[in-house]
Write a protein that binds this ligand. Sequence first.
Ligand SMILES: [Ca+2]
Ligand SMILES: [Ca+2]
Length: 140
Amino acid sequence: MADTTAPTLVNSLQSTAAGLGGTADARDVLKLVASESLAAVAAGDSLRLTDADGTTAEVVNGTSSPGNATFALNTAAETVAGTSYPAGTVLTITLAAVPSAVNAGSVAGLQYPATIADQSGTTDVAGNNLSLASGDRSIS
Ligand SMILES: [Ca+2]
Ligand SMILES: [Ca+2]
């Protein structure tokens, strides 16, 4: 039977805070745990994030413009916040630069907690897009 169920996020958090502690910038590391195995990452996969003051910014997988981060899927079981998750379900995003602002907001920069508002390119192995209609969309 074909898998038509969209993956959701069961946990989203910041695992490493680099640079400014409350602001998204280079070398911050984010972990997004999916409800099922995800398909391989690709250059251009992106997340659109918002914060409380109205900043909207994009994190894009890739080392050349518009890329500003590295996305990686775990290849073995990985423990996040005390729970072990199987291979292919933990997406680690390491920021290489300040996320690209789409809308500046009233306070410059993307502050935590940031909410995942939209995404492109992240699917399960059957190609169902990651759903942000439910699940843990808040990164703090
Ligand atoms: Ca930071
Ligand atoms: Ca802001």
